[in-house]
Design a protein around this ligand. Structure first.
Ligand SMILES: *[C@@H]1O[C@H](CO)[C@@H](O)[C@H](O)[C@H]1NC(C)=O
Ligand SMILES: *[C@@H]1O[C@H](CO)[C@@H](O)[C@H](O)[C@H]1NC(C)=O
Ligand SMILES: *[C@@H]1O[C@H](CO)[C@@H](O)[C@H](O)[C@H]1NC(C)=O
Ligand SMILES: *[C@@H]1O[C@H](CO)[C@@H](O)[C@H](O)[C@H]1NC(C)=O
Ligand SMILES: *[C@@H]1O[C@H](CO)[C@@H](O)[C@H](O)[C@H]1NC(C)=O
Ligand SMILES: *[C@@H]1O[C@H](CO)[C@@H](O)[C@H](O)[C@H]1NC(C)=O
Length: 336
């Protein structure tokens, strides 16, 4: 560096620094970094499959992809309570907890009338957490329905495997539930490490929640192209995304987007600046070739299960209605 440039920097550098805060840069993931997510993408997709087929590993391509999987427990009805499962993966040396996505029968009224709010966390499930931490009340309700069962199954899986790592996965609402689990479960399982991988994660809580997650949760959340679920509920309603965004580009490369709701046009908040510029078809994937949603599940054909399955399918329509309602009220989104 010549004297002149050094001199200019000393004059201009600090000025620029006060005007434009230095942002961490956006970087591309390598091929091996992308493929490291793949087993977990299949695990997130597995959560859409009927519990009986997860328990006997007959759920189709998603089960076939993770041959080492040892199921411990699974539940939910796919209607009032989302499917979930807990198991062990000896090849990845982790306990796996999977949550299914959107539960329409519970969320439908909320999504159509926009009647939801931020509320403090339940003291029993989140002991000792500051009451300024608030989350979406319906996500919290759904989480509360299975939290205790999942915690006991996770304890059993940890005991059986002797592993010290729990990996939580989910897509859409399932990603929101996985995130709530990853804040709640460490309170009851000291000494255990947790990792969370969400796909198409909506905004779950307020700034205090995002701050808590950023400080305490090892989170990656992967957003596909112009999926707009990651940018709702709106920031103007008080919702904030935690860090850990990986954003899949139109050329299918994956970028690491640092910060909360990074406004760069290569990241979700910048790329999907309004619901009408989003594309809900991108919500289910593909995430490096892995499709979320029940379509990739090999179903058992009983009347009861088929009825539950069609309810799940209706969920996508409901989510779309929500988005439409939002777009009418708030388009263009004021993301920042
Ligand atoms: C797995 O369980 C389902 C549901 O009970 C059953 O229909 C299916 O035949 C079972 N598959 C195998 C391979 O055991
Ligand atoms: C908090 O969670 C516990 C345990 O699941 C439950 O019994 C209780 O009803 C919840 N409290 C509220 C206010 O929702
Ligand atoms: C909770 O958070 C608020 C706002 O950040 C802070 O003022 C307060 O001291 C915190 N309370 C406790 C008990 O940590
Ligand atoms: C379980 O893991 C602990 C350390 O994490 C180790 O000390 C112990 O020997 C292990 N037990 C078995 C039965 O493998
Ligand atoms: C939305 O995404 C789907 C799947 O990639 C694509 O086929 C469709 O053309 C897209 N729609 C728009 C309006 O870009
Ligand atoms: C399996 O059930 C899901 C709903 O859970 C449905 O969306 C999907 O089309 C079904 N898949 C097959 C291959 O029948």
């Amino acid at each position: 560096m010549t004297f002149c440039t050094t001199f200019l920097f000393s004059l201009v550098g600090p000025t620029i620094a006060t005007v434009i805060p230095r942002a961490d840069s956006i970087t591309a993931l390598s091929a091996s970094q992308i493929s490291a997510f793949k087993p977990f993408s299949y695990y997130a997709a597995t959560a859409y499959c009927q519990p009986a087929t997860v328990l006997n590993k007959s759920c189709g391509v998603n089960c076939d992809a993770n041959t080492a999987f040892q199921p411990i427990a699974a539940g939910g009805d796919g209607a009032k309570i989302q499917f979930w499962y807990v198991g062990i993966d000896p090849s990845l040396k982790t306990v796996i907890v999977g949550h299914q996505g959107t539960d329409p029968s519970k969320i439908a009224p909320l999504l159509t009338d926009g009647n939801f709010f931020l509320e403090s966390l339940n003291n029993t499930l989140f002991p000792g957490l500051n009451s300024s931490i608030e989350v979406h009340n319906k996500f919290a309700d759904q989480h509360g329905k299975t939290a205790n069962q999942i915690l006991s199954a996770t304890r059993a899986a940890l005991q059986k495997s002797n592993f010290t790592l729990v990996t939580l996965v989910g897509h859409s609402l399932g990603a929101a539930l996985a995130l709530l689990d990853s804040v709640s479960m460490p309170q009851f399982l000291p000494g255990i490490q947790f990792k969370t991988i969400g796909y198409g994660l909506p905004r779950v809580g307020n700034q205090a929640f995002a701050d808590y997650v950023d400080a305490n949760v090892q989170l990656n959340h992967i957003n596909n192209r112009k999926d707009f679920v990651p940018v709702i509920p709106l920031r103007t309603l008080g919702f904030v995304q935690p860090q850990g965004e990986k954003h899949i580009q139109d050329d299918l490369s994956w970028l690491d987007c640092p910060g909360n709701d990074n406004p760069d046009p290569r990241c979700s908040a910048g790329d999907v600046s309004s619901v009408s510029s989003g594309n809900l078809s991108n919500h289910d994937g593909p995430y490096d070739g892995v499709e979320m949603g029940g379509a990739t599940c090999k179903n058992v054909t009983t009347t009861a299960i088929t009825a539950a399955a069609s309810t799940i399918h209706a969920g996508c329509g409901v989510l779309f209605l929500l988005a439409t309602a939002f777009s009418l009220l708030h388009d263009p989104l004021q993301i920042l």
